[in-house]
Write a protein that binds this ligand. Structure first.
Ligand code: URA
Length: 239
């Protein structure tokens, strides 16, 4: 196999001998860090990265997609500092291809609206599993572990300042917790994403489906949401 570095150097030297000192590519080259871009340019970059990730996940060989109607990727505001991660799409989500649009979604909206968050202006929403598990069964450990690296990549694209994990599946899998959400809800964790340098303030909150089944737990969830509101304030996040 030819040595690519040597070949490239030979070509460059050849160009130089012809007096050529620069060359123009078909596409502009990305030379600057993200923060040099305007907000709209950043949105474009984000959209491209999300498109790439979507392509990767859709092409994965996974049995769940054979039975599901739609791929469910994300909803919400792209440049959010707050990212929500749920479990998996249900019937309505599968039908519409968007996370949290059924009864649990309405409850989730109520919960986050109560602390000034909403998906249109300041919150980004996704799930651990992008395809509906048949009959809304809980995803298996294999399924969760299969999609986890892609969820981690997803988080690294959005780069939230605060991560809200709704329910046991998201909480246990991302934070590698031994105990479930009953022991860990409302606590703050420093989540380390493999693609990011900075740790992310992360907390676990009862899943809205659980609250629909167990309304007596709403008060606890409200206390946990108030802690999120305080954290947003202390980090001076504009919402
Ligand atoms: N439950 C979830 O965890 N995610 C959804 O998108 C819908 C219901």
């Amino acid at each position: 196999m030819p040595n690519i570095r040597k070949c490239s150097l030979a070509v460059l030297n050849y160009y130089k001998s012809l007096g050529i000192e620069s060359h123009i590519q078909n596409k502009p080259r990305v030379r600057f860090e993200d923060h040099f871009y305007t907000k709209n340019q950043k949105k474009l970059l984000l959209k491209d990265k999300l498109k790439e990730l979507k392509k990767k996940i859709i092409n994965l060989d996974c049995k769940l997609k054979l039975k599901a109607k739609n791929f469910v990727f994300y909803d919400g505001f792209l440049r959010s500092d707050i990212m929500i991660i749920g479990e998996a799409p249900g019937y309505e989500e599968d039908k519409l291809g968007k996370p949290f649009v059924g009864a649990a979604g309405k409850k989730l909206d109520q919960m986050i609206n109560a602390i000034g968050l909403d998906r249109k202006n300041n919150t980004y929403i996704t799930n651990i599993i992008p395809w509906r598990p048949p009959n809304n069964r809980t995803p298996t450990d294999n399924e969760i572990n299969f999609f986890l690296p892609y969820v981690e990549e997803h988080i690294s694209i959005i780069k939230p300042k605060i991560l809200l994990l709704f329910g046991n599946v998201a909480s246990k899998s991302l934070l590698k917790l031994k105990n479930g959400i009953t022991k860990n809800h409302g606590k703050w964790f420093n989540y380390k994403n493999p693609f990011l340098k900075k740790k992310i303030f992360t907390t676990c909150i009862f899943h809205p489906s659980y609250l629909l089944r167990s309304p007596n737990k709403k008060k606890i969830a409200w206390e946990d949401l108030k802690k999120v509101k305080e954290k947003i304030k202390s980090l001076q996040i504009k919402i």
